[in-house]
Design a protein around this ligand. Structure first.
Ligand code: ADE
Length: 225
């Protein structure tokens, strides 16, 4: 998979890419991630990238040309499966969409800032708009990092244990069951006997039961789906 991230704050995303599971995935060539600084396509001596909104109002708008130039350069080099704009008014990100996107080859992520990007970028290039939740961040960078992390961990070989991602919360509309590790007893608190039984069938049944219990209690909306 290749992900091209268009941003006016590459440092924000870079900090994330150089840590975490994503860094290991990049080092092991499971994914290639390129950051494109909008300022490099900025206009004039001062590399202007934003301007006042037509019609007035507070805040600045990221101008059309710098972002359009970057997208044109990228699209001339290869075909992209999706051009994604991270925005609070997009489709709320869920595991199902992450699963679908994790099968794609080439993605462009556009991070907005200030009041957002010129609407014509959305009309001309953007094929998918994603929000990571009903709150407003100062820019799309953290949202792009969230999406990238969720995608990269699904690429085969990225997690040590191939099956690990399949047992995450949300993969089957159920929250994950509780997990325990050593010691088997801590300050009088014991790990459930069944997990020490070695009986795989009993353990799986117990985990499913706890998943359902937890989902009923915390996220009953998931069970209605
Ligand atoms: N940019 C600002 N807020 C955002 C959000 N909630 N999701 C995605 N991108 C954003």
């Amino acid at each position: 998979m290749r992900i091209d991230i268009i941003t006016c704050q590459p440092g924000l995303v870079d900090g994330f890419l150089s840590q975490s599971i994503v860094k290991r995935a990049i080092d092991n060539k499971h994914v290639e991630i390129n950051l494109h600084d909008i300022k490099e396509q900025g206009k004039g001596k001062y590399r202007q990238i934003d301007d006042y909104p037509f019609g007035g109002g507070a805040g600045m708008v990221l101008m059309i040309e710098p972002i359009s130039n970057i997208i044109k350069i990228l699209q001339a080099e290869r075909k992209y499966d999706e051009v994604i704009y991270l925005t609070p008014d997009g489709t709320t990100l869920k595991q199902g969409l992450v699963n679908t996107l994790s099968l794609k080859q080439n993605l462009i992520l556009i991070c907005g800032h200030y009041k957002g990007i010129d609407e014509r970028i959305r009309e001309k290039y953007v094929t998918l708009e994603i929000s990571i939740g009903d709150y407003v961040l100062s820019g799309g960078e953290i949202a792009a990092a969230v999406l990238t992390d969720a995608l990269v961990r699904l690429i085969p070989g990225v997690l040590n244990d191939e099956t690990s991602a399949l047992t995450d919360s949300f993969q089957d509309n159920l929250l994950a069951p509780p997990v325990y590790s050593r010691p088997a007893e801590f300050e009088g608190m014991k790990v459930p006997d069944v997990l020490l039984s070695g009986n795989e069938k009993l353990i799986n049944d117990w985990r499913l039961e706890k998943s359902i219990e937890r989902t009923e209690k915390r996220r009953p909306d998931l069970l209605k789906k």
